[in-house]
Design a binder for this molecule. Structure first.
Ligand code: FNR
Length: 389
C-alpha cells in the first residue's frame, strides 16, 4: 500500500482508480456547491487553544454513541452506492469499522443488502432508512433490519426531493453503470476496479431490487428517487416509524433548533446535525456553524451528533468541543475504500484517530469526553449567524 498520511492522499488515489461516474457522484454537492465547500472551509475558521506542560500520558479517545462503546466518536455515515466505489464496498467498509470499533451505518441505497452485511460481520450495525411511499416495503425494511440484528435506525429526513447534482445528470449515473461509448472508454482505464467488479454479483440496489413493487428502472437512481420517495413525509409519519421500529432511532438531517425540537417531541434518541454533505439544499449553512444553537435547544435532552465536512481528526475535535457526542464521516471513508478497499477504510480511520489523539494532546487534554469550548477560539458571529433583518 502507498504511504497515505492524510485523507487528501486517499482522495487523490481514489480519483485515479475509480470510474468518473462514481467519483463525481461522491465528490460533488448540489447546484453551485457552496454548502459542499463551506462544510469543510468553515472548520478552518475555528482555531485551537494550545496548552503546554500538561501530563499527556494515558490518553483516551474512547467514548460511546447510542450507548455503544466506540474506539473514537466517529461513525461511518450512510453512503449510497458504496458498492460501486469498490466491489462489495459496504461489506468491506462494515468490516473495517467493526475491527476498528466504530459504528457502520448501511444506507437504504446500498449495493450490498442488509442481509449481506449481517452475514459478513459479527457485531450489530446501524441501518439508515429513506422514506418510501410504499408502507408494505417500509414495514418489511424494519423487519429485515430487526432480523439482521441492527441496533439503531437512522431516519434521513432531508431527502424527500433530490437536490440537483449536475455531474450525475451529465454522467448518466446508474448502478450498474449503463454501457455507453463514454462510460466504456472511461472504465477501460480503471482495470483493477473492473476486474474486482466482475468477480461480484452485487451490482444493483441490494435492499430494493426484488423487495420493492412498481419500480420501473431501479438502475437509475435519479428516476427511482423521484418515483418512489415519499414527498409528503412529515413528523406524523416519522413518529409512525418510531412506533414500528420500537428501538433506538436517530433523525438525520437536522439544521435548525426548531426541527431539533420536533425530533425530541417524536421521541428520537439522537439527531444528526447534517446538510447531507452539501448534496441537498445548496446555500444552507455548514453544519458546524449550526451546532451551537441546536445544542442550546436540545443538547441537554438527547444525543447530538454531527456530520458534513469532516476530513480530519482536528475537525472531529472541533465538533466534539462544541458539544457533539459523536461525528460521522461520509466522503473520508469513501476515499479510503476507493483507493484501497477495506484496508483503505481502515487507513482513513487510523489517520483520523491519530490526528484526533495528537491534537487532543497538544490542546492539553487526555480524554475526548473532557473537550469543550475552552479548547477553541470561535470567531464572533460564527456560532450564531442569524442576522435579524
Ligand atoms: C451520502 N449521504 C447519504 N445520506 C443518507 O442518509 N443516505 C444515503 O444513501 C446517502 N448517500 C450518500 C452518498 C454519497 C456519495 C455521499 C458523499 C453522501 C450523506 C452522508 O450520509 C453524510 O451526511 C455526508 O457524507 C457527510 O458529509 P461528508 O463527511 O461526506 O463531508
Amino acid at each position: 500500500m502507498p504511504i497515505y498520511t492524510n485523507i487528501e492522499d486517499l482522495r487523490r488515489h481514489y480519483a485515479r482508480r475509480t470510474p468518473k461516474m462514481f467519483y463525481d457522484y461522491a465528490e460533488s454537492g448540489s447546484w453551485t456547491e457552496q454548502t459542499f465547500r463551506e462544510n469543510t472551509s468553515d472548520f478552518q475558521h475555528i482555531h485551537l487553544k494550545q496548552r503546554v506542560a500538561v501530563d499527556m500520558s494515558g490518553r483516551s479517545t474512547r467514548s460511546s454513541m447510542m450507548g455503544e462503546d466506540v474506539a473514537m466518536p466517529v461513525a461511518l455515515a450512510p453512503v449510497g452506492l458504496t458498492g460501486m466505489q469498490a466491489a462489495d464496498g459496504e461489506i468491506k467498509a462494515a468490516r473495517a469499522a467493526e475491527k476498528f470499533g466504530v459504528p457502520f451505518t448501511l444506507s437504504t441505497m446500498s449495493i450490498c443488502s442488509i442481509e449481506d452485511i449481517a452475514e459478513h460481520t459479527t457485531q450489530p450495525f446501524w441501518f439508515q432508512v429513506y422514506t418510501l411511499k410504499d408502507d408494505d416495503f417500509m414495514r418489511r425494511l424494519f423487519e429485515r433490519a430487526k432480523a439482521a440484528n441492527c441496533s439503531t435506525i437512522v431516519v434521513t429526513v432531508d431527502l424527500q426531493v433530490l437536490g440537483q447534482r449536475h455531474k450525475d445528470l451529465k454522467n448518466g449515473l446508474s448502478a450498474p453503470p449503463k454501457l455507453t461509448a463514454k462510460s466504456i472508454a472511461n472504465m477501460a482505464t480503471k482495470i483493477p476496479w473492473g476486474l474486482e467488479m466482475l468477480k461480484t454479483k452485487r451490482r444493483s440496489f441490494g435492499n430494493i431490487v426484488g423487495h420493492a413493487k412498481g419500480v420501473t428502472d431501479p438502475s437509475s437512481l435519479l428516476a427511482w428517487t423521484a418515483e418512489a420517495f415519499d414527498v409528503s413525509l412529515d413528523w406524523k409519519r416519522i413518529a409512525q416509524f418510531k412506533a414500528w421500529w420500537d428501538g433506538k432511532l436517530i433523525i438525520k438531517g437536522i439544521m435548525t433548533p426548531e426541527d431539533a425540537r420536533c425530533a425530541v417531541e417524536i421521541g428520537a434518541d439522537a439527531i444528526i446535525v447534517s446538510n447531507h454533505g452539501g448534496r441537498q439544499l445548496d446555500g444552507a449553512m455548514s453544519s458546524i456553524r449550526m451546532l451551537t444553537s441546536i445544542m442550546d435547544e436540545v443538547g441537554g435532552e438527547i444525543e447530538v451528533h454531527l456530520d458534513s465536512g469532516i476530513r480530519s481528526g482536528q475537525d472531529v475535535l472541533k465538533a466534539l468541543a462544541l458539544g457533539a457526542k459523536g461525528t460521522y464521516i461520509g466522503r473520508a471513508f469513501t476515499y479510503g475504500l476507493g483507493a484501497a478497499g477495506e484496508e483503505g477504510v481502515t487507513r482513513a480511520l487510523q489517520i483520523i484517530h491519530k490526528e484526533l489523539d495528537t491534537t487532543m494532546a497538544l490542546c492539553g487534554e487526555t480524554d475526548v469526553s473532557r473537550l469543550g469550548p475552552h479548547n477553541l477560539y470561535v470567531p464572533n458571529g460564527f456560532a450564531d449567524p442569524t442576522v435579524k433583518l
